[in-house]
Design a binder for this molecule. Structure first.
Ligand SMILES: C[S@@+](CC[C@H](N)C(=O)[O-])C[C@H]1O[C@@H](n2cnc3c(N)ncnc32)[C@H](O)[C@@H]1O
Length: 188
C-alpha cells in the first residue's frame, strides 16, 4: 500500500473545546493548499471561520445547506444570538446541498470538507470530483475516532481518491487528548 507524508501538530487548546484556532493551525501547517491565486471551496462551511486566516489573494467560496440564521431574526434577536453563539452562526456564500452545487466544472484548486462526512451525503463525492481542477486537492477532516470507526481511508480510496498526505492535530486536554485527521487527496 502506498505510503504518504504525515505531519502532526500538538496544540495546547485555549479555553474552548474547539475554535477558530484549529483552522488557523491547519492553514499555517498546509500553506501549499492556500496559495495566492487559488480558489478554495469549503463544503459544509458552517461559520466559515477559516476564511479569516486565508491570504487576500485566495478566492474563498463557502457552501452550506443552512444559511445565515440572522436573515430570519429581528435585529435585536440577531444581536443576542451573535453575542452568545458567534461560532455557530452559518455564513455561506452559497446556500445549497453538497450533492448539488451550482458552480462550474473544475472551478476549485482546493476543496475542503471539514467536519462534514461527505461520503454520507448523496451525490457529494461526484460533485467534489466535478468541481476539482486537474491537479487540485481535496481535504477531508474529521475526528480520528470517527475516521477509524467509519473506515474513511479505505472508503476514500474506493471513491477514487489518492491520499497524498495526512495532517494530524492533537489537542492536548488534561487527561484526554483529542485528535483531528486531515486527509489531503488528489484524484486518481
Ligand atoms: C460540523 S459542521 C462543520 C462546519 C465547519 N466546516 C467547521 O469545520 O467549523 C457541519 C456543517 O455541514 C453542513 N451540512 C450538513 N449536511 C450538509 C449538506 N448535505 N450539504 C451542505 N452542507 C451540509 C451543516 O449545516 C454544518 O454547517
Amino acid at each position: 500500500m502506498a505510503k504518504y507524508k504525515r505531519t502532526v501538530s500538538l496544540i495546547d487548546p485555549p479555553e474552548k473545546y474547539r475554535g477558530p484556532w484549529v483552522k488557523e493551525d491547519f492553514v499555517k501547517h498546509c500553506p501549499h493548499l492556500f496559495q495566492g491565486g487559488t480558489t478554495v471551496l469549503d463544503v459544509g462551511c458552517g461559520s466559515a471561520d477559516i476564511k479569516g486566516f486565508l491570504s487576500e489573494g485566495v478566492t474563498y467560496i463557502g457552501i452550506d445547506h443552512i444559511g445565515d440564521i440572522r436573515d430570519h431574526l429581528s435585529e435585536k434577536m440577531a444581536e443576542i444570538f451573535i453575542e452568545q453563539f458567534p461560532e455557530i452562526i452559518n455564513n455561506p456564500d452559497i446556500v445549497c446541498d453538497a450533492g448539488s452545487v451550482p458552480l462550474e466544472d473544475g472551478c476549485a484548486d482546493t476543496i475542503m470538507a471539514l467536519g462534514l462526512d461527505v461520503l454520507g451525503v448523496p451525490g457529494a463525492i461526484s460533485e467534489i470530483k466535478r468541481l476539482l481542477k486537474d491537479g487540485g486537492r481535496f481535504v477531508f477532516q474529521g475526528s480520528s475516532e470517527y475516521f477509524c470507526d467509519n473506515n474513511i481511508r479505505t472508503r476514500l480510496r474506493d471513491s477514487g481518491f489518492h491520499i497524498e498526505e495526512e495532517f494530524r492535530q492533537v489537542l492536548k486536554y488534561p487527561g484526554d487528548n483529542h485528535r483531528l485527521v486531515y486527509y489531503i487527496c488528489t484524484l486518481n
